[in-house]
Design a protein around this ligand. Structure first.
Ligand SMILES: Nc1nc2c(ncn2[C@@H]2O[C@H](COP(=O)(O)OP(=O)(O)OP(=O)(O)O)[C@@H](O)[C@H]2O)c(=O)[nH]1
Ligand SMILES: [Mg+2]
Length: 196
């Protein structure tokens, strides 16, 4: 697929005391079931999604070194209805602390289910990222399920609903080669040494 993106090395699973910021970092966030594991599979290989779905690690921030050049941070999924209030608060604390204070985060990839109308929780996260000055892109997943003729319009409408400009929206599918190169390109640009 892309030799420059391997090897991928699991650094660890953290709810506190993250390793000191070093390489440029790209964070992946999204509602539960948005398609994060599937997208990480495409991008970085199956091992990443496997680690991230191991019980006990799903509520933590999982860090992976990619070719020792940048770090992928897999953030716990949000919006899962069965999670207790205190868990939700814990999640918010962990994520907010991470996203607001970790200085090496160059880009946040927010995955949203491209089949659904704009979701309040996604909007809140995106608005909050803007407010704290964190660059973000929206990865609209599962695009393969939409008729080809409707994809462009659907992406535009989702962007309008989320109030995210077109240049920060990427249509994506983990099943078909849709959006893979645009996503990689975006990440490459974000982690370039001179970009920081
Ligand atoms: N058609 C289609 N289905 C997808 C795609 N990506 C994910 N899915 C499906 O959507 C469901 C959730 O995908 P995951 O990748 O497990 O999503 P997740 O965000 O990691 O979900 P959790 O970790 O369980 O919160 C699964 O049934 C996937 O098969 C895609 O690009 N196209
Ligand atoms: Mg997952």
């Amino acid at each position: 697929m892309s030799a420059a993106w391997s090897p991928v090395r699991f650094i660890g699973s953290f709810t506190e005391n993250l390793p000191a910021p070093s390489l440029p970092e790209v964070a992946f966030a999204g509602r539960s079931n948005a398609g994060k594991s599937s997208a990480l599979n495409v991008l970085l290989g199956a091992g990443v999604a496997r680690v991230s779905s191991t019980p006990g690690r799903t509520q933590a921030i999982n860090l992976f070194s990619v070719n020792e050049r940048w770090i992928a941070a897999d953030l716990p999924g949000y919006g899962y209805a069965k999670v207790s209030h205190s868990m939700r608060e814990q999640w918010r604390g962990l994520i907010e602390e991470y996203l607001s204070s970790r200085e090496n985060v160059r880009l946040v990839v927010v995955l949203v289910d491209g089949r659904l109308p704009p979701q309040a929780l996604d909007m809140q996260l995106l608005e909050w990222l803007d407010a704290v000055g964190r660059p973000s892109v929206v990865l609209a997943t599962k695009t393969d399920t939409l008729p080809r003729s409707k994809r462009a319009r659907a992406l535009a409408e989702l962007g309008e609903g989320l109030m995210v400009p077109e240049h920060r929206m990427i249509a994506f599918s983990a099943r078909e080669d849709i959006g893979w190169e645009p996503l990689r390109k975006r990440i490459r640009a974000a982690v370039r040494p001179e970009a920081g």
